[in-house]
Design a protein around this ligand. Structure first.
Ligand code: MN
Length: 284
């Protein structure tokens, strides 16, 4: 199933180029009370909602996906875990380019481990990335992103994929400089998720997916998830060694070579095999 959030927080099931509004199924969610339980409310209950979503999507007319405003499929991720330098050729370019490394020694993912991005940085495909630091280089990083569906602590690699709700295209926007990654990758609008979520059962094996991004039609990054240094299973196992993963938590798996700047007015066009594609504008 392909699940999207669109317009004024409508819930959609995407079939072909049509979105079917299944928002009424959310009435089946239990009421919320403070303090909220960990996890995103929708993903905490996705398994129970899937049947009703499928049934309703078969009953209501669709409308063209092009006509709606796509928001992040995850509304309230508890955390966004991200992988640094997780493709060998991106490690090489980071070491070679002082405009990327700013004079710092670039180590490996085994040295860094994973890092966290602020959840307030999340937007969807139809919202614009704001790049309004004119004296600083702001880069695109296209990445396979996943959402946790079943929580866990110290999840073994052999079971990791069974904890995934689904997959999305992720853009880990980055301002280059000497600050910590958590600062440079957490600016408002710097985490683009979309265009929709493809559930894990529909996507299947995430280990050999072509991914690419062009800017204004110019090829920038093009690779395949087979070249990840730490694959999806390893990232889930590693992250959950430290912290419990909850439904709705997002993991961004890292970017391949070809990172490059964007400026206001640009249009990024990202694509991942078996997920789809999204056009994201850079503003203001
Ligand atoms: Mn990244």
């Amino acid at each position: 199933m392909r699940i999207c959030r669109f317009d004024q927080d409508r819930l959609g099931v995407v079939k072909g180029d049509q979105v079917h509004d299944v928002t009424p199924v959310l009435q089946g969610l239990p009421p919320l009370a403070w303090p909220l339980a960990p996890g995103d409310h929708f993903f905490n209950h996705l398994e129970a909602l899937r049947g009703p979503m499928e049934r309703l999507a078969g009953q209501v007319a669709g409308k063209p996906i092009e006509s709606v405003k796509l928001l992040s499929p995850v509304a309230n991720p508890g955390k966004i875990v991200a992988a640094p330098v997780n493709y060998a050729l991106h490690l090489d370019e980071s070491r070679a380019d002082t405009a990327i490394n700013f004079g710092t020694q670039v180590k490996t993912i085994a040295d860094y481990g994973v890092f966290l991005k602020a959840t307030s940085s999340v937007i969807g495909a139809s919202q614009s990335v704001i790049a309004d630091w004119p004296d600083r280089r702001i880069d695109h990083e296209v990445e396979l992103a996943l959402v946790i569906g079943r929580g866990g602590f110290r999840i073994p690699e052999s079971e990791a994929l069974s904890h995934v709700a689904g997959y999305m295209i992720g853009l880990d926007m980055t301002i280059r400089g000497t600050e910590d990654r958590s600062f440079r990758k957490s600016l408002d609008t710097f985490t683009v998720l979309g265009p929709w979520l493809v559930t894990a059962d529909e996507l299947g094996d995430p280990s050999q997916l072509d991914l690419e991004i062009t800017v204004n039609g110019e090829p920038r990054q093009k690779s395949n998830t087979a070249l990840l240094i730490w694959n999806v299973q390893k990232l889930i196992a590693y992250a959950s060694q430290a912290y419990t993963l909850y439904p709705g938590d997002v993991i961004m798996t890292g970017t391949p070579e070809g990172v490059a700047p964007v400026v206001p007015g640009d249009t990024m066009h990202a694509r991942i095999e078996r997920i789809g594609q999204m056009k994201v504008k850079v503003g203001p």
